[in-house]
Design a protein around this ligand. Sequence first.
Ligand code: SAH
Length: 346
Amino acid sequence: MPRAELREFVESLGEPPYRATQIFKAVHQRRLRLFDDITDLPKKFREKLAERADISRLTVEQKYVSTDGTRRYLMKTADGRPVETVFIPAEGRDTICFSSQSGCPLKCDFCLTAKLGLLRNLTAGEIVEQIIIVLNDVYGEAAETPHGTNLVGMGAGEPFLNFENLITALRIMADEDGLFIVPNRVTISTAGIVPKIYEFAKLPDRPHLAISLTAATDELRDRLMPINKRWNLDELMAAAKEFEGSLRRGERFTFEYVMLGGVNDSPEDARKLARLLDKFQLSRVKINLIPHNGAEPLNYNASSPDAVARFKSTLESMGIDAYVRTPRGRDIYAACGQLAAMEKAA
Ligand code: SAH
């Protein structure tokens, strides 16, 4: 619950408003999981709360730990829907990758999550709780959240198709009485829900943006990412251009490009991509090249390291910054495009 709603709820139980702050801090700052552990509340009130409300709506079904330290959590909602969250450790800068939907309605041809279809949108609470569960597992309940913790909305689902809950969750997580993970530490990735890019650009306190591109022509993108038939590259680039206008000093935004062997990884593809991006200030955009993560039902191969290196240098020769993302947690189905509620590690 956002704080205002929590205050109303507390008042409806005949308690003074400062109780809402106590509860908010206990749940989000100390990350307590049971009302009974909030010992600064009177026992009677704790019992009343436990009857009327839940702190937790997710349960952890499985946890997988990769050889590279990445952790994948397979959780379930109270109504039995799968939710996946990934913890990616890095020197001084851990990242938590959360899901915005159970499954995903987009039918990106190269993505395993797509095979699940959409089960449902996650609530704001279910989004926030993923982060709380991971932080408690990694650092322990009540331990302070390390300052360098980053969030990426790059798990299962399309965040911009669950816009309102996403924004509510981000606002709750940014609260200094709570997790205190500020928008500047958060990146949301979209497959190209164009009207929401405009809306996102207008938010006063918005996180960073990444746009999943993966193809530089409508013909190819229609095939790989059918959402392109709804909003094509012209429309997507116009929205991205508008977004560029909302960038803060020194801020950049990202295009993600999944490297599919023999499909979109030729030097000619790189030149087309560079030309597509020549309408932006080159200091304001970068490209993350994501080697494709394979999985059983997907008919794609990862690009060869040579093809990736050539692609990157072609982009760079045209003035575009490109970074190759190292896949993390591939061995436990935790890497990009692999979240499909797999019960077993690879
Ligand atoms: N729906 C949003 C959020 C998911 S982010 C979006 O598409 O942006 C997940 C990222 O992983 C996207 O950039 C997606 O294109 C990429 N991806 C999907 N399947 C992949 C795979 N098999 N290997 C590598 N990256 C993949």
